[in-house]
Design a protein around this ligand. Sequence first.
Ligand code: ADP
Ligand code: MG
Length: 270
Amino acid sequence: MKQIALYGKGGIGKSTTSSNLSAALSERGLDILQIGCDPKRDSTRMLMHGRFIPTVMDLVRTQGDTAITLSDVEFPGYNGVRCVEAGGPEPGVGCAGRGIIATFQLLEKFGALKGDVIVYDVLGDVVCGGFAMPMREGYAQEIYLVTSGELMSLYAANNICKAIKRLASRVKSNCRLAGVICNAKGQPKEEELVAEFARQVNSNLIEFIPRDRVVQLAELNRKTVIEYEPASAQAECYRSLAARVMENTRLTIPTPLEIDDLEHLAYSFI
Ligand code: ADP
Ligand code: MG
């Protein structure tokens, strides 16, 4: 079983990319579990045709964890992709990481952490212990960074590299950087910049995903691009990403950049 995580800055396109990746993987006949680990709780929405499924955190809060069954938290989405949302604390109080921990413990109890691929969709603005949980505790072994060529999303990706480097040496964790996904904003020389960033952090660019209006159209129709426009070039990009993820064997310990070097890199691709 492959356990991969997509980390990146908020709003960069993790959930869009994760959902389309899961949909593309399911087309290959694989059993896929997607777990949203972002308090925004919308990771699996397009796989669920627009539905916000109940989050594990909300259910634990309202029912207590002993009363919950697997069918309360895991929902079949597009093409059989199994969907779970960890959820988060009530705004302003509590720790988001706790929701992630509670979710994994519950899923483990149900024997639900199974299948061909588990896709974790994790917020990466803050790499506090909670959000690092999927890699720290050995769940997510292959980490993909989702970034555009914008400095702030590269900055977040670089910070995640620091977390992976720190955790890579821990026996329990064993996580590695598996690659960088460029979810483009459409800036000039963006692919070259992100490919060079990937090289400098000791990894490689796994896929370049262009910015395309079809993503918004699919979203407005409450579907992944794979389902909404299966013959589109954008859908092909997600299928190509799925192929590359399945055949990828290059797992590395990243070499994060100093902030000055990161800024210099971004500057040299203006
Ligand atoms: P995240 O999960 O990282 O917070 P989302 O996946 O929710 O980000 O994406 C944020 C917004 O960006 C969404 O409205 C989505 O439609 C849009 N988006 C993501 N990827 C693309 C793309 N390749 N082309 C066009 N729009 C995109
Ligand atoms: Mg998201």
